[in-house]
Ligand binder design. Structure first.
Ligand code: SF4
Ligand code: SF4
Length: 484
């Protein structure tokens, strides 16, 4: 697939490829907020819930989705944080994973029963649709003509496709066999890989040989190829037969594994493989954890100390989190950054054998070293834009971030919208490469949020105007009927 721009920084702390299986703790914590959607509890204080029973529900487009219990246990409610009022704590009574319903054979499964099983199993929100820009509609009103199954995760550091395959090859292959049930007629499943000759890629090809609806795509290993919008754009540029309004779904390898386990074995989403890495991680590795396990149960104690910052997610898009946070249904990465206690003196005069950069300004370019001194520090002050064009060079959506920045700096949001503000996928590469340390991604995200609110307000005003007009016309018609 064609993919221009992007960049893959050299970051130390890459997780090893073995997977440690963490024991299930006595207490699991389930947040009632997932992907920005608030869930309403389906259980009460003191209830004993079996494994896989719905703990909470949320209304989604065309149906509702559940948070299944990751273990059997007793429910208590705990106060939440600023985002959500409460969270469920489960005192675990039984930790085994077992089928909660009979398997559904691919040939005898309808699309409707599959959607239902994936919504109840907590898996549906992991699917991204080009129609909604998030979770697909549950009522069957959208059927994708293409499904992209992504094995490539370039942001430092998410659970690698190869690692997931090593653990769960059987479920991944099973998951692929169910996907055609959701596809439109003559739809195609694209398996996105980086290495055509890689042993794992070859095994996947062997296992799926003879399935005419499966195609393999090779994509370069540059961040942010895994972003669904970037991937759809790359696919459309490669295959000109795809029309603008064709629906494309994007799934990652853990989602396909979860689909296989749910449909083939009757097991709801209850475990995740997460990568714990980064320059601050004491022991970078992959761990298999039960959903709801708090960070302090599986991260090294030195990773969650005062001198470290833990990001939920990868280096570019991760959000700071604290040790009491728990692994969610969609988590696959925790990135640890050192937090320097004092400011570096004359850091710009350091030749930087240990400091990599997009610009060839540090000596690490000569040695190809990874950025061992990557920390939370800004290392200097913010400066104005120097029109170097580096942000434009890396932007995967072909935007001109420096131009967007200038428009937004003088509050010209309409002009920024005209030059593509809404296309920004928030990958953060422009902020990373900017030598002036301008927080471009943050600025664009704020402006997109503002535009979203303005559009919603304009839509509400338009709806009110229309309904007023309709009631006026009805009254007028009624008055005329009455006079007759
Ligand atoms: S403008 Fe948006 S899409 Fe482009 S590099 Fe910056 S954050 Fe990424
Ligand atoms: S990378 Fe920074 S300094 Fe360079 S053009 Fe972009 S915004 Fe300006």
């Amino acid at each position: 697939m064609k993919f221009r721009s992007g960049f893959l920084p050299k970051v130390p702390g890459r997780p090893s490829s073995g997977v440690c299986i963490m024991p299930v703790p006595e207490r699991l914590v389930i947040e009632l907020l997932r992907d920005g959607m608030a869930y309403s509890p389906a259980v009460s204080e003191g209830d004993a819930v079996p494994y896989g029973a719905p703990l909470a529900w949320a209304n989604a487009k065309g149906g509702r989705v559940a948070l299944p219990a990751p273990a059997a246990g007793k429910v208590t409610f705990e106060p939440g944080d600023a985002r959500v009022a409460s969270r469920i704590a489960l005192q675990v009574t039984r930790s085994d994973i077992h089928p909660i319903r009979p398997p559904l054979a691919p040939a005898r499964t309808s699309a409707e029963s599959m959607r239902q099983a994936l919504a109840e199993g907590g898996i549906w929100p992991l699917i991204w649709s080009s129609k909604t820009g998030g979770m697909p509609m549950l009522d069957g009103s959208e059927t994708p003509s293409r499904v992209l199954v992504n094995f490539v995760l370039t942001e430092p550091f998410h659970a690698r496709g190869k690692v997931v395959l090593g653990e769960h090859m059987r479920s991944v292959i099973a998951g692929l066999s169910y996907l055609p049930r959701l596809l439109a007629e003559y739809g195609i499943i694209h398996l996105v890989l980086t290495e055509p000759n890689d042993p794992v890629a070859q095994r996947i090809r062997r296992e799926t040989a003879g399935q005419a609806w499966i195609q393999t795509e090779i994509i370069p290993m540059r961040y942010p190829v895994e972003d669904p919008r970037v991937m759809c754009r790359a696919l459309r540029e490669t295959d000109r037969r795809i029309k603008r309004d064709d629906i494309v779904w994007v799934l990652d390898v853990q989602t396909v594994q979860a689909i296989g386990a749910c449909m083939n074995d009757g097991i709801p989403l209850s475990e995740r493989i997460v990568a714990v890495g980064g320059p601050g991680a004491a022991n970078p590795r992959h761990v298999r954890v039960r959903v709801g396990t708090t960070l302090d149960c599986f991260m090294e104690s030195e990773d969650i100390g005062e001198t470290k910052r833990v990001l939920r997610g990868g280096l570019f898009r991760g959000k700071p989190t604290d040790p009491s946070a728990a692994v969610g249904y969609g988590d696959d990465a925790f990135f640890v950054l050192p937090r320097p206690q004092k400011r570096e003196f004359l850091s710009f005069m350091n030749p930087g054998f240990d400091r990599a950069s997009f610009l060839p300004c540090f000596a690490s370019r000569l040695t190809s070293a990874a950025d061992r001194s990557l920390t939370t520090s800004l290392r200097g002050e913010r400066r104005p834009c120097i029109a170097c064009g580096l942000c434009e060079e890396v932007c995967p959506m072909g935007l001109l971030p420096q131009v967007l920045h200038r428009y937004l700096h003088r509050d010209a949001i309409d002009e920024a919208e005209r030059v593509g503000l809404s296309l920004c996928v928030g990958c953060g590469l422009c902020s990373y490469v900017c030598p002036s340390k301008i927080e471009l991604r943050h600025q664009f995200a704020m402006a997109q949020e503002r535009l979203h609110v303005e559009h919603e307000e304009a839509q509400a005003a338009e709806n009110a105007r229309r309904s007023h007009e309709e009631s006026f016309l009805r009254e007028k018609e009624h008055g005329e009927d009455w006079r007759k």
